[in-house]
Design a protein around this ligand. Sequence first.
Ligand code: ATP
Length: 372
Amino acid sequence: FAPWSDPAAKPLIRFENVTKRFGDAVAVDHLSLNIYESEFFCLLGPSGCGKTTLMRMLAGFEHPSEGRITLADRDLAGVPPYRRPVNMMFQSYALFPHMSVERNIAFGLKQDGLPKAEIAARVDEMLRLVQLERLAKRSPSQLSGGQRQRVALARALAKKPKVLLLDEPLGALDKKLREETQFELMDIQHDLGMTFVVVTHDQEEAMTMADRIAVMDHGRIVQVATPGEIYEQPKTRFIAEFVGDVNIIEGNVLGQENGHWRVRSRSAQPPLTIDDPDEVLHSDQAVAIAVRPEKMVIQRDPPGTDAVNVLTGEVWDIGYLGDWTVYRVKLASGEILRVTRANRSRYVESPIDWDEQVYVTFAPDAAVILAE
Ligand code: ATP
C-alpha cells in the first residue's frame, strides 16, 4: 500500500497552496499536501504549528484565506461541514453525559433520519467494532477514560464517513492504554478501509500508526514521508531533533573522497567520513551530522587503526531502561553524546561504568548530513 509513490494514483484530498490567517497571525502558510484513499495519515508537529487549523479547514469549521481544498476532485469551498463526507473526533470526546453509550453512538444517525432498524444494526456493528457490546446501556460517567475514547470513536465512525479526522485521539489516556489503543485504531482503520487523518504532537504515536507522516512547523510542512524515511532520512535538523533522539555533531565540509564526504569537526580527530550521496555540498560549508543513539557503538578498548568516525570521551551518566541502557558520553570538546545499547542478555560482561574513558564510533552510513 503506497499510492503516494505511484504517479498515476489520484489523491483523495488535495490542499493546494492553502493559507489561513487569523488577523496578522499566519496559522497555515502556503501549504500543499495530498492524502490518499485508505491512508492512515498523521500530522505531527509542535504546539501551535497549525495542525488543528489544517484539520478544521478540511472539516469545514474554518475556511482558507487563500488556496483550495478538494476531496475526490470536488472543491470544498462553500460546502458546509455536515455536507462533507468527513467526520471529526474531538480531543475532549464531547459525549452527551445524559445519554447511554448506544444513544450516543446513534445520535448522528437519528439526526440524518435513518430508519430505526438500520440505526440499531449500525449501532450494534459499531459496539462490536470497539468491543463495547456489554456496556451499551451505561452512561459516559460510568466508563473509564479508555472506554469513553472508544464510544467517541464509535460515534464518529457510525456515519461511515469517507474521511475521519482525529484530533489527539489518545491524548487523555495513560501511556500503557495509549500504546494498546494505537494498535486497535490501526486495526479498525485497516478493517474499514477508511481514510484517517490524525493530529498528534507525540512522535512515537505517529511513527507507530501512520502510513505517512507530515511534519509541520510554523504553518508549513517540512517533510512528508513514511515513518521509516522520516527517522532514517530527516530532511532538516528540526525534523531530526523533533522525531526521535539524535546526536548532532557540527562541522565543515572538507570535500569528497572515494564517494564519501569528509567533514572536519572539533569533536573528532581525524575528520569524519560520512556516506550521504544525495547531499549536494560545497567545500567549507557548515553542516550538522545527525546520528541516532542506537547507531553509535560505545566501547572501552581502542578501535583498530582502520576505524573511522572515532570520538573519545568519558561516561557522564548511565540510565538503565530494561531493554536499553543509555550512556551519556562527554567528549573532550565538551559536547555530550547519547549512545544506547540493547540489553540482549540478562548478563552484561564487564559493563561500562561511570567516569570510564570510552570510544564511540559510528559507520559512515549510520549518519546523515544536514546543511545548516
Ligand atoms: P496544538 O498542538 O497546541 O493544538 P496546533 O498545531 O494544532 O497546536 P493550531 O491550533 O492550528 O496549532 O494553531 C496554529 C496557530 O494559529 C497558533 O498560533 C494559534 O494561536 C493560532 N490560532 C488558531 N486558531 C485561532 C483563532 N481562532 N484565532 C486566532 N488565532 C488562532
